[in-house]
Design a protein around this ligand. Structure first.
Ligand SMILES: C[S@@+](CC[C@H](N)C(=O)[O-])C[C@H]1O[C@@H](n2cnc3c(N)ncnc32)[C@H](O)[C@@H]1O
Length: 245
């Protein structure tokens, strides 16, 4: 066995053991809860732009983008722009001829200006409006029709109803072998420990409950549990959906 394959099988067995460790699961949940209460995921930047994610999920996205080589990445929820800059920079660095569409209901002028002045701006199109509006979905549909490998990411309004609508509207664009990634599914697991009372979502009404409902009628997607076992402290548990058919 060559060294690369040997290391690969070592990592595979690591991940399997991690997936079986109740202690790692418990500690990951505790850690996510304690750091989430202190807005941990607001602390990071990518190329000078705030990116509101867990670093392990950014590494997972990097691995997915390298493996899939998407020629279109669509994200709902742009905020301060760090995530769209992250995807665009990876496409640029990896030499992938792809575009990024970022959708947000409220793109503040200063955020728009900073994204448009960024060195990675050339691959990015920003669309302002609700991700579930016909106008926005039609625009994405028109672009996706000319693409071969499409990756979709949801990080906008985290209510069950909104995410379920996003899943129904956007998953037809996801190409076989690619992913639909649903952020903040962790709300379902942390709702007892963390306070979401100032938000319209919480336990029983969040991205994870939307994923569960969507999967009841959509057998062409499955949860990539292996990725969760590997990441442990992901905020997307049950949210990495792979299109298998
Ligand atoms: C968690 S932030 C996005 C963070 C960003 N993806 C990042 O990683 O830096 C959520 C964003 O979703 C937007 N949003 C809320 N409801 C929306 C909707 N119906 N359609 C599109 N965007 C929405 C908000 O304006 C906010 O900027």
């Amino acid at each position: 066995m060559d060294d690369f394959k040997e290391f690969d099988s070592f990592v595979t067995s690591n991940i399997k053991k991690l997936g079986q460790s109740e202690e790692c699961k418990r500690l990951s949940k505790e850690w996510l809860s304690a750091t989430g209460a202190n807005n941990y995921s607001f602390n990071f930047q990518w190329m000078g732009m705030p990116v509101l994610q867990q670093p392990v999920d950014l590494i997972a996205l990097q691995e997915i983008i390298w493996n899939i080589k998407p020629d279109l990445i669509v994200e709902t929820g742009v905020a301060r722009g760090g995530s769209v800059i992250f995807y665009a920079s990876l496409l640029e660095m990896m030499g992938i001829d792809g575009d990024v569409i970022g959708i947000d209901i409220d793109i503040r002028p200063h955020n728009f200006a900073r994204i448009m002045q960024h060195p990675m701006k050339k691959r990015i199109t920003l669309l302002e409006g609700s991700s579930t509006s016909d106008r926005i979905v039609e625009k994405v549909k028109a672009v996706a029709a000319h693409k071969e490998r499409v990756l979709i990411i949801f990080d906008s309004n985290h209510t069950h109803e909104h995410v379920l609508q996003e899943l129904n509207l956007y998953t037809p664009f996801v190409t076989k072998g690619s992913y639909c990634i649903v952020f903040d599914t962790i709300i379902e697991d942390l709702a007892k420990e963390n306070d979401y009372s100032d938000r319209p979502w919480g336990k029983g009404n969040n991205p994870k409950t939307a994923v569960w409902e969507f999967l009841k009628n959509n057998s062409n997607f499955e949860i990539d549990k292996n990725l969760e076992d590997k990441l442990q402290t992901t905020i997307c548990s049950d949210g990495y959906l792979k299109r298998i058919s």
